[in-house]
Design a protein around this ligand. Structure first.
Ligand code: NAD
Ligand code: WQD
Length: 337
């Protein structure tokens, strides 16, 4: 299939690009480089031996996207483009609604107009809010408590309404848990701008000496060791999940699917595993809880397995190994290597 990847130069998009190529598909990347680097395309070129098909375009430019969909004869879209930082969403709600909701509305107009009505949307476990039970299945009530989560939930609502209104639409909502790690080559990975918000990039930057020590946000949660528990998933497994989800686009409707491993690991588990696997020390201190953090969040991933056959293969050791390999090979990210 010819598949448009909005935000395809980003962290998850670039890994999905490689999975799609491996599976014999033709990905077409659209990105603004708002939160990524053109160097990603060079790295993808090196890894695949082919220059990626790329258009520098904003998903909010509906006419431009419609033109690309037609010219590239796209059969489906995987929509990654958007903003993803919870804290930034709280201070810049209009930016988040504009990029995440407004951007999706414009993309959908372009898809409607050109008759390309197959979509995989990057949703998030954030739509479940504070879990009422664990592991979280797709029937868990949706309840968001921050702007970023609101934008994901609004887009999900919109996509459910759209597919109910028009039988030609086929939509898969992929609810990612906590993507970490990097491609085994160390050529692509996650490089947050500024101080990382998320645990794994913070850990790798401490390991490489760019940050002094990790703050562990609370050790008084109701979890095994008191620190927060999450469902970390290797980004390459996550990328493969998109390829598997493509088969659901043969049927009309809207399907939500968790992409997680089903296993929960604490912050201390991450530190210990990272230190053991990579033979490096992660100095840390226990600090206050981060506002809004939940104690534990992990998936029931069985729907993805039963509907598509997909399940995560890589464990925490591989996630820590590959995150470290990427960070060590690219201490300053894409910009200065
Ligand atoms: P990322 O920031 O690395 O990638 C997003 C890409 O979209 C970037 O390359 C950025 O330049 C591009 N972009 C932003 N606005 C754009 C626009 N208007 N038009 C075109 N391109 C635009 O983020 P990621 O980690 O790869 O996340 C991808 C998607 O997955 C996002 O929608 C995010 O909300 C969702 N998600 C991410 C996580 C995570 O922890 N990384 C978890 C759950 C869901
Ligand atoms: C993981 C654990 C922290 C940093 C966020 C978004 C979510 C999704 C993924 C996009 C928690 C602890 C963290 C640090 C720490 N993104 N921690 N010190 O909060 O599960 O999810 O990213 O959709 O929407 O909310 O991930 O990596 O920030 O935190 O102790 O410096 O690590 O308290 O227990 P989170 P995270």
């Amino acid at each position: 299939m010819n598949i448009l990847l909005t935000g395809g130069a980003g962290y998850i998009g670039s890994h999905t690009f490689l999975s799609l190529i491996d599976a014999g598909h033709k990905p077409i990347v659209v990105d603004t480089f708002d939160n990524s680097s053109p160097q990603v395309l060079d790295r993808l070129h090196t890894l695949t031996g082919e220059k990626p098909v790329f258009h520098q375009a904003d998903v909010r430019d509906s006419d431009r996207i419609a033109d690309i969909l037609t010219r590239e004869k796209c059969d489906a879209v995987v929509h990654f483009a958007g903003r993803k930082a919870v804290g930034e969403g709280q201070s810049k709600p209009l930016l988040y609604f504009d990029q995440n909701v407004g951007g999706t509305v414009q993309l959908l107009h372009a898809m409607n107009r050109t008759g390309c009505k197959k979509l995989i949307f990057s949703s998030s476990a954030v739509v479940y809010g504070n879990p009422e039970y664990l592991p979280i299945d797709e029937e868990h009530p949706l309840s968001t408590c921050n702007v970023y989560g609101d934008t994901k939930r609004t887009v999900e609502d919109m996509l459910r309404a759209l597919s109910a209104s028009d039988q030609e639409w086929s939509v898969v909502l992929l609810r990612y848990f906590n993507p970490v790690g990097a491609h085994k080559s160390g050529e692509i990975g996650e490089f947050p701008r500024g101080i990382p918000n998320n645990l794994m990039p913070y850990v790798t930057q401490v390991a490489v000496g760019q940050l002094e020590k990790l703050s562990v946000f609370g050790n008084d949660f109701d979890t095994r060791d008191g620190t927060g528990v999450r469902d970390y998933i290797h980004v390459c497994d996550l990328a493969d999940g998109h390829v598997s989800a493509l088969k659901l686009l043969d049927e009309a409707g809207c399907t939500a699917m968790n992409l997680g491993t089903g296993k929960g690991y604490s912050v201390l588990d991450i530190i210990t595993t990272f230190e053991t696997v990579n033979d490096v020390r992660i100095p840390y201190q226990i600090t206050a809880r981060r506002p809004g953090d939940v104690a534990a969040c992990y998936a029931n991933p069985s729907r993805a397995r039963s509907l598509t056959g997909w399940q995560a293969k890589l464990g925490l050791a591989e996630m820590c190994r590959d995150a470290w390999h990427w960070q060590r090979k690219n201490p300053k990210g894409f910009a200065e290597t």
